[in-house]
Design a binder for this molecule. Structure first.
Ligand code: HEC
Length: 273
């Protein structure tokens, strides 16, 4: 009688222990998954657009792509835009670019590798030239989202009516000239009028016409736009690289832990059953 009672209480205890373990594991897993999804979700940047966005997903695992993006950024963007939340040496370390290479090819004359990525263009002069100062791009990927950026880089076109001679399909009347036109070439945009079911009319992009090819093929330039976007996404959240690594280790740990807990449960129950 005593024995039976004891075994019943033990059983109850084990059951409680098992329950507590299961709850703890479930909670931990939920927290991990939530944390990972929250940080993995892209910024929202819905805009009324004259075209269907070409889908694009950024990849922070593609280090060579981000390296090429960094090079494009330094060569074609830093003359007007800064990225002052990023330092050259941090970028070199994160993207596995040899510091000597950064020092040789990426720094302006007076800069040191520990400096933030500043533009050499004085903000007031820029405002005078473009009517609006080029914004700092450190956090632009969080503001606009990768897909918007990718499409922005692809859709600059010649426009005689704009002060700079350029326009952009996803950023209408943008004050920025096409910084990478020597790579993409020159293109004109052909628009058509679309009538919706309710009778409202709107202009939509029909196609681009290349009027003068650039140094890159269409496919190469698309890759360049992707590289630059990947780099800007990294720039907006450098800690994400580290976080992805942590996330994988946490998941692995949870799996191993679940296995151990299961073996432990079996071990306890062997005596009871
Ligand atoms: C000649 C100067 C110049 C260069 C070079 C330049 N930009 Fe710009 N950029 C501007 C200006 C000016 C604006 C502001 C446009 C506006 O608000 O109408 C701008 C705006 C932008 C925006 C939109 C910001 C927003 O408000 O959402 C992005 C993104 C951007 N630039 C990225 C780049 C990238 C990437 C490069 C390099 C490939 C680059 N720019 C090169 C002048 C420049």
């Amino acid at each position: 009688m005593m024995d039976m009672m004891r075994s019943q209480t033990t059983r109850k205890n084990y059951r409680a222990l098992g329950g507590a373990l299961a709850t703890a594991m479930a909670t931990a897993l939920t927290v991990t998954v939530t944390v990972l999804t929250v940080f993995a979700s892209p910024a929202l940047a819905a805009t009324e657009s004259k075209m269907q966005m070409t889908p694009f997903k950024a990849s922070l695992k593609d280090t060579p792509s981000m390296q090429r993006g960094a090079k494009l950024f330094v060569n074609y963007c830093l003359s007007c835009h800064s990225a002052k939340f990023m330092r050259y040496n941090r970028m070199a370390e994160d993207l596995h670019i040899p510091p000597a290479l950064v020092e040789k090819h990426m720094l302006f004359a007076a800069e040191k590798i520990g400096d933030p990525m500043e533009t050499t263009m004085p903000a007031d002069a820029a405002e005078e030239w473009f009517g609006v100062a080029p914004p700092d791009l450190s956090l632009i990927a969080r503001l606009r989202g990768p897909e918007w950026l990718y499409n922005y880089f692809l859709t600059f076109y010649l426009d005689d009516n704009s002060p700079s001679g350029w326009n952009n399909v996803v950023f209408e009347n943008v004050a920025m000239p096409h910084a990478m036109h020597e790579l993409q070439g020159l293109q004109r945009a052909v628009f058509k009028t679309e009538t919706a079911a309710d009778g409202t009319q709107r202009e939509v992009l029909e196609r681009f016409e290349i009027t003068s090819p650039g140094k890159m093929s269409v496919a190469e330039y698309r890759q360049a736009a992707a590289d630059l976007t990947n780099f800007l996404v990294y720039l907006g959240e450098p800690a994400k690289l580290v976080r992805i690594e942590y996330g994988i280790w946490v998941m692995l740990f949870m799996l191993v832990f679940a296995g151990l807990a299961y073996m432990l449960k079996k071990e306890y129950w062997r005596d009871v059953e």
